[in-house]
Write a protein that binds this ligand. Structure first.
Ligand code: GLY
Length: 365
């Protein structure tokens, strides 16, 4: 088992990574969390895989726990689902001595984390990510929230977990396409911080897509260490943490414009290539960077079809979170493995260039 520590304003929390860790989860809870009751929140795809087993194991070590589920999919990441789960917890008599255990992918970690952030003004959450996306991104860093009509993740709170437990063996039950989409965030970590990791991902991509347990464990550890270093330095995204948004300004706009039919990973992959093209046109990003990203991400995802209309996507940029003085911002690479510092790690988005950038990328991807 590898332990990575994430520092926060109020202390620190451990991210435990290891094949087979899920079997020992109840014991880890007794060691790391003080609570009288545990509310396990999971979607209706993941609950049948781990939920009942986890409840039985928890009861066996004397933990009072109960399972709450919601329909799987990004369409559930809403205030409505948050309010149903919150009401269900209240009705079941959960109090301030409760702890929420989020078991699942990125939607679950975000929504269960937001329930925990707001339930009776905040109870602890333990994140148990079961997808690549959740292990290497969503469960680490304390961002929780839901989507709104105007865009993704626009309502939420920073609520760092008490503990994160990532068991790469759980990746085997994930559809291959979801593994591919989650690995986009690993390529992003390489692109912004670590060129050697980017190249290692290229070399091992087939095994990672097959959920090879040893290589998956290594990739999850490397990504978590990279992300932990960033969020430990800037928990509330006042500056440096913005580098994690590479690919997300234009990616989120595509995702929202598609009505969330375009998967998050595919949208961010397109966003990274678009933002690299933009950076090259501005003379900020080294020539050839867009091509390297494009080749790697095509190798991971295959060709992307049914991309939303660029004009509609551009409309969603106005409501993106990454605005300063009302203007959308974008993170640009200097080269693979390094972000251009810009103005506090981002650049104003030159909207007049977007049509050309979208035409150059969406025409060929
Ligand atoms: N997913 C980007 C971040 O956690 O800041």
């Amino acid at each position: 088992m590898i332990e990575v520590t994430v520092r926060t304003r109020n202390g620190a929390y451990p991210v435990l990574i290891g094949n087979g860790l899920l079997q020992g989860l109840p014991k880890l809870l007794t060691e790391h969390v003080t609570a009288e009751r545990f509310a396990v929140i999971s979607d209706d795809n993941v609950a049948p895989l781990y939920g009942e087993e986890l409840l039985e194991a928890a009861h066996a070590v004397g933990l009072d726990s109960r399972l709450f589920t919601f329909p799987a999919g990004e369409a559930s990441k809403t205030r409505k689902t948050w309010s149903i789960l919150t009401d269900d917890l209240l009705e079941a008599g959960f109090g301030r001595d409760s702890c929420i255990i989020a078991v699942g992918g990125g939607v679950t970690t975000d929504i269960a984390g937001f329930v925990a952030a707001t339930f009776l003004r905040g109870v602890p959450v333990v994140q148990v990510p079961t997808s690549y996306l959740a292990m290497i991104d969503a469960s680490v860093g304390g961002k929780t929230g839901v989507d709104a009509k105007a865009g993704k993740n626009l309502v939420g709170a920073f609520h760092p977990p008490a503990l994160v437990v990532a068991d790469p063996q759980s990746l085997a039950t994930l559809p291959r396409e979801e593994r591919a989409e989650g690995l986009v965030e690993a390529f992003k970590h390489g692109a912004i911080l670590d060129e050697a990791y980017f190249e290692q991902l290229n070399e091992t991509v087939v095994a990672l897509l097959d959920a090879d347990t040893k290589l998956s464990e290594e990739a999850v550890c490397r990504s978590v260490k990279l992300k932990a270093a960033v969020v430990s330095e800037d928990e509330l995204e006042s500056g440096y943490r913005q580098i994690l948004n590479f690919g997300h300004t234009l990616g989120h706009a595509l995702e929202a414009a598609s009505g969330y039919r375009l998967g998050h990973g595919k949208a961010v992959a397109l966003g990274m290539v678009l933002e690299a093209e933009l950076g090259e046109r501005l003379g900020v990003t080294d020539p050839g960077t867009r091509e390297r990203l494009e080749v790697s991400l095509k190798g991971l995802l295959g060709p992307t079809s049914n991309t939303p209309n660029p004009a509609e996507s551009i409309c969603f940029l106005a409501s993106d979170k990454k605005v300063r003085a009302g203007k959308p911002r974008v993170v640009l690479l200097k080269k693979i493995g390094q972000v251009d510092p810009g103005d506090r790690w981002s650049h104003e988005l030159p909207e007049e260039m977007l049509e050309g950038v979208f035409a150059a990328v969406l025409g060929v991807l």
